[in-house]
Write a protein of this length. Structure first.
Length: 107
């Protein structure tokens, strides 16, 4: 079973340059896919208003691609926020609250 201490140790070993690189990659992916996602979203709205515009199979594939294209940058951003929060909370617990390697109240 993985403990929070083990997770904190692994996260603590990752250099800050890696976190910055991940943030930059996430931003670049978002910028590059923004216009394509917007265009496909508009087209999906047109298909919803008039289903006869495109064949059902192709429309379903495009809608799936739109969903995936929008969720990947969102998931990457969410993961970076969680990682940063976790790192800050662990540091706060150790330095300010004096928690060292065990849960509060445990012997």
């Amino acid at each position: 079973m993985i403990t929070w201490g083990a997770i904190a140790a692994v996260v603590g070993r990752i250099p800050s340059q890696v976190w910055v690189l991940l943030a930059v990659v996430d931003l670049v992916v978002t910028v590059l896919t923004w216009s394509v996602a917007r265009r496909r979203m508009r087209r999906a709205g047109e298909r919803a208003a008039d289903p006869q515009l495109v064949a059902a199979g192709a429309a379903r594939k495009r809608d799936t691609a739109l969903t995936v294209a929008s969720m990947i940058p969102a998931a990457l951003f969410w993961a970076m926020v969680l990682a940063g929060s976790f790192h800050g909370l662990v540091s706060f617990g150790r330095s300010v609250l004096g928690w060292q390697g065990r849960w509060m109240g445990s012997a």
